[in-house]
Design a protein around this ligand. Structure first.
Ligand code: HSE
Length: 293
């Protein structure tokens, strides 16, 4: 029996649509696996009633199939499904690391990112590694078609999760097919700034690079209260704000001394918009970890 904790993650970070991701210190999924004749899934925890227990429809089940490692898989959800915080990726990442350990497969973490991305692909239709990469490797990750670059960083964050749901399909449909040359130049500059900020572990520089006039702007209307929450976070001292993944969570970067105030301001702004929400005061954290074997 092997138990692995894998963290929530936030993809895009404004300027890095489908490329950037980071691991959150919390929340996390905890997945326990044990060898079995065939794969079964049991899910408990936050929003577990929305987690499919058919292994062909569950990212962890697809990971077991990909690895050829049938198992009894028990998922304790800490990351709410459809939160924009990499819920299915956390389960896929934890399952990949746990099964690799349980069956002594000997795969590297980077190979496990590919396997976990297949789990995401089977369930969502597209092989995004922008959540599974940070969920496995930790820190800040840059995912391209054939590579992953990882930077350890520990920038303070607030992830504010409203009690609403945004369909990833809808959130992808509203994105323009092309951007102007001026927007392209601005986005490259912002993405480079954000990466430099991660390398320096500097919330001020990361926050500047979190800007994005193309994707976030087109998605903002899908997240009730987004503009007010963003303004409130910036007024309370956040250095940058973006929609987390496809939403509805909103991610703010800040210095540690203002993190509590930023979280309070975001919750107040959601409440003002009649939206219940909860805030995770956290920081960029580590990747999937074996907690018991
Ligand atoms: N990057 C994806 C999106 C979501 O924003 O649609 C996470 O894979």
């Amino acid at each position: 029996m092997v138990t692995v904790r894998a963290p929530a993650s936030s993809a895009n970070l404004g300027s890095g649509f489908d490329v950037f991701g980071l691991a959150l210190g919390r929340p996390a999924d905890v997945v326990r696996v044990e060898r079995a004749e065939r794969t079964t899934i049991e899910a408990t925890g936050v929003g577990s009633r929305y987690v499919p227990e058919d292994p062909t429809e569950n990212t962890a089940g697809v990971v077991a199939e990909e690895l050829g490692t049938p198992a009894r898989i028990r998922i304790d959800k800490g990351v709410r499904p459809s939160s924009g915080l990499g819920s299915s990726a956390a389960s896929a990442a934890a399952a990949a690391v746990a099964l690799n350990e349980c069956y002594d497969c000997g795969l590297t973490d980077r190979e496990l990112v590919r396997v976990a991305a297949e789990g995401e692909a089977a369930v969502s239709g597209e092989a995004h590694a922008d959540n599974v990469a940070p969920a496995i490797l930790g820190g800040f990750t840059v995912v391209t078609d054939d590579d992953v670059t990882q930077i350890d960083a520990s920038v303070p964050l607030v992830a504010c999760l409203p009690e609403t749901v945004v369909s990833t399909r809808d959130a992808r449909q509203v994105i323009p097919d092309s951007v102007s040359r001026a927007d392209h130049v601005r986005t490259v500059g912002d993405a480079a700034t954000l990466t430099a900020g991660m390398a320096r572990d500097d919330p001020a520089v990361v926050g500047r690079g979190l800007r994005d006039g193309a994707v976030t702007e087109s998605r903002a209307s899908l997240v009730d209260g987004y503009d007010a929450v963003r303004e409130a976070a910036l007024d309370a001292g956040a250095t940058g704000v973006a929609i987390s993944g496809a939403g509805p969570s909103v991610l703010a970067v800040c210095r540690e001394d203002v993190r509590r105030a930023v979280a309070g301001a975001m919750l107040d702004a959601f409440a003002e918009a009649d939206v219940d929400a909860r805030a995770y005061q956290t920081a960029i954290g580590k990747g999937a970890t074996v907690v018991e074997r």
